[in-house]
Design a protein around this ligand. Structure first.
Ligand SMILES: Nc1ncnc2c1ncn2[C@@H]1O[C@H](COP(=O)(O)OP(=O)(O)OP(=O)(O)O)[C@@H](O)[C@H]1O
Ligand SMILES: [Mg+2]
Length: 319
């Protein structure tokens, strides 16, 4: 069993609950797998810190104890509690098909007040949309962001073996984290990344005690603000391209709007502009979505022209 299989049983937590006893198909041992005896189970759990097992963050405490989300949350964020990065989880900012985002109270040692925790659903990690498009031409990197040279790893990924799937999941999470780190260090308007573990990424929380920063789609720019915001976003797209990255899913849904500034989020599908054969098309699409949004607020811009002007000096020629 790879470590993400452990989360499979929480996949359906949006379904109605409580369930009938025995109705939880995830709780049944898989055919051919023997049920661990209590002593074995104890041994498996022994490295799971007692502190974590006993930790019930306030958001989880308000959930029905039978609710799958409760255990999923504790297991995913628990290691960060153990390591004194977060002290509490106060609410769910957003629950989606791909990931849930939670607001956490930061441990004072971090120097932050609030932290956002993004928890991916394992099934999503395994089948991330347009996997092939985004991965095309991309060199494989391990969880630590280092290039994977091993033939065994590459073969396992290609053949989608269990080992390969496990690599895949760590690959996506590690990739999102290291991308966000590189962007942040280069001065891009992205939340500061804090850590990652298993299915979870921790980052600076954009917003305040009362509310998380809304996405641009839900927060129209004020009169006179649109042009500056648009320029700020273009500046970031340019900066990303200088780092050889294209967001790949840029839209008013993945740009937060806070204190009059734009903060770009959601990076698992970023592509390498040098090696991905779809790079230019993804850049054009990112810009088209941004331009279409700002056109509603009176910003006149031609996405195709901007894409060309960014790409030509960068690559020397259009693809
Ligand atoms: N650092 C953050 N600070 C505050 N809110 C955040 C942060 N990151 C994400 N969010 C909130 O969570 C939402 C989803 O985040 P994100 O776009 O990264 O995930 P996603 O993979 O698109 O999830 P889904 O497809 O389920 O919406 C955002 O629209 C925003 O409301
Ligand atoms: Mg998103």
């Amino acid at each position: 069993m790879d470590k993400y299989d452990a989360y499979e049983k929480y996949q359906e937590f949006d379904e109605q609950y409580p369930r009938q006893p025995g109705a939880n198909r995830y709780a049944k041992p898989k055919p051919g797998k023997k049920k661990p005896k209590p002593a074995e189970l104890q041994a498996q759990l022994s490295d799971f810190d007692d502190n974590i097992a006993a930790w019930v963050p306030s958001y989880a405490a308000a959930l029905d104890p039978r609710h799958y989300e409760r255990q999923w949350l504790i297991e995913s964020i628990g290691p960060f509690y153990r390591d004194n990065v977060v002290t509490d989880v106060t609410r769910r900012v957003k629950g989606g098909k791909e990931a849930n985002v939670y607001c956490c109270t930061a441990h004072p040692a971090t120097g932050l007040e609030l932290i956002a925790a993004k928890l991916y659903r394992p099934r999503i990690l395994r089948t991330l949309k347009n996997d092939a498009v985004y991965k095309a031409g991309r060199q494989l990197r391990g969880e630590d962001g280092k290039l994977m040279k091993g033939r065994r790893e590459k073969l396992a990924l290609l053949q989608k073996t269990t080992f390969g799937k496990q690599l895949d999941t760590t690959w996506w999470i590690g990739n999102e984290f290291s991308t966000q780190q590189a962007l942040f260090e280069a001065g891009a308007a992205v939340p500061r990344p804090i850590g990652h573990n298993g299915n979870t990424i921790l980052m600076e929380y954009i917003g305040d005690e009362n509310m998380a920063a809304p996405a641009l789609i839900d927060s129209a720019p004020e009169r006179g603000e649109a042009a500056d915001l648009f320029d700020e976003i273009l500046h970031n797209v340019r900066l990303m391209l200088r780092l050889h990255r294209i967001h790949g899913d840029l839209s008013p849904y993945n740009i937060l709007h806070w204190n009059g500034s734009a903060v770009i989020i959601d990076f698992p599908q970023m592509v390498d502009a040098r090696t991905n054969p779809h790079a230019y098309d993804l850049l054009r699409r990112d810009l088209a979505r941004v331009c279409a949004y700002f056109a509603r607020f009176g910003v006149r811009a031609d996405a195709e022209e901007i894409a060309r002007d960014m790409w030509l000096p960068y690559m020397g020629a259009l693809p």
